[in-house]
Design a protein around this ligand. Structure first.
Ligand SMILES: Nc1ncnc2c1ncn2[C@@H]1O[C@H](COP(=O)(O)OP(=O)(O)OP(=O)(O)O)[C@@H](O)[C@H]1O
Ligand SMILES: [Mg+2]
Length: 755
């Protein structure tokens, strides 16, 4: 639709179909403003105004129905506005410019056209004119009000603040700089610039117009701040991470991506190449899996050592090592490396370890195993590193079958070989109790707080057909790494408490867990999956059908050296402040994100009161595997750090329990104790010298406690407690069939996943 001319000034083209009426109005120049950069093309069209200048007939429009329109095309004259009044009516306003209050700002149409030319002027020139002006030219009150609004928006503009980073004006300094710029501008402003700005209104175009003038202003006014910030930003530069590993870049590496769903033979095939190599490294997502590969490979006659945060088992004459991904060495040369579960590159907390392994490993051949979600990003990384990429796609050996019947809420329908999956420790014990009470089955248990040794012992017990333990009750800890003889995965629920509210389990995790059923070579090569409750079935099917979502970014975290360099720029700040400043100022390429470090900050804050720790000590302590929600474990970490800072040999300061747990609080205590010992072993391996001299004692105690935990779980017949009993959120579930248990979800959700 086209209209015009109105007051012989302009034409208006509308591309909006539901407009029923158009009205032309005249308003004062202070009211509404338009800007359009590219006439003759439909483009974003902004309408802005200020209620102070609104003539009475427009008040309600301003308040209730004033909207931004973006489907209009104007050309011919810039000073026109369109307002949608809410009833699909458009009011087109031709702006009359009134004599201003001072009498000297009245502008005829010729001069008005000059405002538009301001846009094309060199901002440096505009800045110099402003700077050299002796005083500000008089403006109307309406002009001032609009200017105030424009500068308020500029100071709050995320766009301008981000752009300013590129010229080394930091996010924390930007508001100050913007305020000073405003004062400068208001003292010096010229009518034509003001009028031009007014014609734009408080919009991104106004910000884009002001920004280069702002930059000129800052360069002259804040040279020191810019210099300092420049140093800081340069030391927080996480761009081009592939250049951090020049040796790996100098190599001609071949990356083989084993891409496929669970139970499709990805790891098996990668391990074949690993074992055939002269020298190889296998990088695991979990200690448990590293231990399993260590045992398997040694069992097949290939000498292999084990390296995790907690243990170093050196096998004489070995050229192979199975390690956790955080422990991988980027100094050693290998013929073949395997990076398992490569999709973990996108993990919010630990992703950086996979990214580092992929970018930095010095291996001729690197086998990465995982689902297709990071395939595209690995392709991109390889094009940056110059590595050759070979893709091998896999299908599941046997399709996973969904049982449509479900258990209809009845746990007595559990059969031998079933694994019931729940997402809280508390529910695990309730389910175990209910199954053992109402059937002849005995249950093994696997969950995250159990030591890997106990999890393995439980897995072995479950896998062995010659005992009474034929059902497994597990948390999502069962999703990765264990080879289990599972016939059917039964989801007890498909949601979990995330520390804030109850959320559905993400589809990728549901797939990963369901895929544990029916492993090749196990007693049950064909897998089944279902839910306890009928109403969860649709969500299960939806998750299994869902294709893998493509990941756009993978994790990064600075090395200690990068943090140290950065610390030099902001002396006298605490380690937690340092991390925050780094997070605010670091620069990343589009394919990377900075991994979450809230848990690290929490430890850093706790250790702040410990005097005498170097920055590197703090960095190391903050990465220790500790459950930040477990006050006991945090207390021990604080004690360890305090002794270390005083150069005293760090004591374990903990007695060894002499019997298995008789109730849930004793079980929780055993779990906590094991975590403290595991932390001690980790610290002992990560600090040089003999500051943690009781490693052997800690190891022996940890082994003993892992055994006690195994015994305790096998005999557990009690109602569970929560570690954070006071904060529990009670959720009463529907009738649970014969079990009729009232269930509570444990609130302790996130825990640092320690490798
Ligand atoms: N070619 C093969 N010959 C014998 N057994 C095999 C073969 N391929 C795989 N398997 C066995 O099948 C099971 C699943 O294989 P694997 O662990 O490699 O799967 P995956 O694709 O890595 O699964 P996930 O994604 O769950 O890690 C393992 O027990 C493995 O030993
Ligand atoms: Mg695998």
């Amino acid at each position: 639709m086209a209209i015009g001319p109105a007051r012989n000034l302009f034409y208006l083209y509308l591309s909006k179909n539901n407009v029923s009426k158009l009205r032309f109005l005249s308003v004062s120049s202070g009211f509404l403003h338009t800007h359009f950069a590219e006439p003759k093309k439909i483009h974003d069209f902004h309408v802005y105004g200020h209620p102070m200048q609104t003539p009475p007939q427009f008040s309600s429009l301003w308040c209730n129905q004033w909207k931004r329109l973006n489907l209009f095309h104007f050309y011919g004259h810039p000073f026109s506005t369109v307002v949608e009044n809410g009833d699909n009516e458009l009011e087109v306003c031709d702006l009359d410019v009134e004599e201003n209050e001072c009498g000297d700002g009245g502008l005829g149409s010729e001069k008005r056209l000059n405002f538009v030319q301001i846009a094309s002027r060199d901002p440096v020139e505009i800045y110099r004119e402003l700077r050299d002006a002796t005083k500000c030219e008089k403006q109307t009150r309406a002009d001032w009000d609009t200017l105030i609004e424009i500068f308020r928006c500029f100071a709050q503009s995320g766009w301008a603040s981000n752009q300013a980073l590129a010229v080394y004006i930091g996010a924390s300094f930007f508001p100050t700089a913007a305020q000073k710029f405003r004062i400068f501008f208001f003292k010096k402003c010229k009518v034509d610039v003001v009028k031009y700005l007014e014609s734009l209104g408080p919009c991104i175009e106004a910000e884009k117009f002001l920004f280069p003038i702002f930059v000129e202003f800052c360069l002259e006014e804040f040279p020191n701040e810019i210099k300092n910030f420049r140093k800081m930003v340069e030391s927080a530069d996480l761009t081009k991470p592939h250049t951090w590993f020049p040796f790996a870049r100098a190599m001609k590496r071949k990356i083989i991506y084993h891409c496929g769903p669970t139970n499709s033979g990805k790891t098996y095939n990668a391990l074949q190449s690993f074992m055939e190599a002269k020298k190889g490294i296998y990088c695991s997502p979990l200690r448990l899996l590293a231990m399993e590969v260590f045992d398997k490979v040694n069992g097949l006659g290939v000498y292999c050592s084990l390296l995790t945060g907690q243990e170093k088992k050196h096998v004489p004459f070995s050229n192979h090592v199975a390690c956790t991904v955080e422990m991988v060495s980027t100094d050693q040369m290998y013929d073949v490396a395997v990076i398992d579960e490569i999709q973990m590159m996108a993990d919010t907390y630990r992703g950086y370890a996979w990214t580092r392994a992929l970018l930095g490993l010095k291996a001729d051949e690197i086998h990465v195993c995982g689902d297709p979600s990071v395939l595209n990003i690995v392709r991109k990384v390889c094009s940056e590193t110059g590595d050759e990429l070979v893709e091998q796609h896999y299908e599941r050996f046997k399709p996973l079958v969904v049982e449509a019947k479900t258990l209809l809420g009845d746990l007595t329908k559990v059969r031998s070989g079933d694994c019931v999956v729940t997402f809280s420790r508390r529910e695990i014990f309730e389910v175990k109790l209910a199954i053992e009470k109402h059937s002849n089955h005995r249950c093994c248990v696997i969950y995250g707080a159990l030591p890997p040794e106990t999890r393995r012992q439980q897995a072995t017990l479950f896998n062995d057909p010659n005992n009474e333990f034929d059902v497994l009750v597990a948390s999502d800890a069962v999703g990765m790494g264990l080879n289990l003889n599972i016939r059917r995965i039964i989801f007890y629920t498909l949601s979990k408490y995330n520390g804030d509210r109850i959320v559905p389990i993400p589809a990728s995790q549901v797939k990963q867990i369901a895929g544990r059923a029916g492993r090749r070579g196990s007693r049950y090569p064909e897998g089944l999956t279902t839910t306890l409750q009928l109403e969860d079935l649709d969500y299960l099917i939806e998750c299994l059908k869902k294709p893998f979502e493509e990941v756009n970014k993978v994790g990064l975290f600075p090395f200690y050296e990068q943090v140290e360099l950065f610390a030099g720029q902001i002396p006298n700040s605490t380690f937690a402040e340092l991390l925050d400043r780094f997070g605010e100022n670091c620069r990343l390429d589009g394919s990377y994100f900075l991994c979450q470090y809230n848990h690290i900050k929490k430890i850093a804050n706790m250790l702040e009161k410990v005097q005498g720790l170097s920055l590197e000590d703090r960095f190391n302590f903050c990465f220790a595997p500790v459950n930040i929600r477990d006050p006991k474990a945090m207390y021990h970490l604080l004690k360890f750090a305090s002794s270390y800072a005083q150069a005293l040999p760090v004591n374990i300061a903990m007695g060894m329990p002499n019997c298995s747990a008789r109730n849930d609080s004793e079980l929780l205590d055993l779990e906590s104790k094991h975590q403290v010992l595991s932390m001690y072993m980790w610290l002992s391996n990560h600090f040089e010298g003999d500051k943690f001299p009781y490693f052997k004692k800690a190891e022996a105690m940890a082994t003993g406690i892992a055994e006690l935990l195994g015994e305790s779980i096998a005999n557990a017949r009690w109602k569970p407690e929560s570690r954070n009993a006071g904060k529990q959120q009670k959720v009463v579930k529907k009738d649970q069939g014969e079990t009729k248990d009232q269930l509570c979800l444990n609130t302790s959700s996130h825990k640092k996943i320690a490798a």
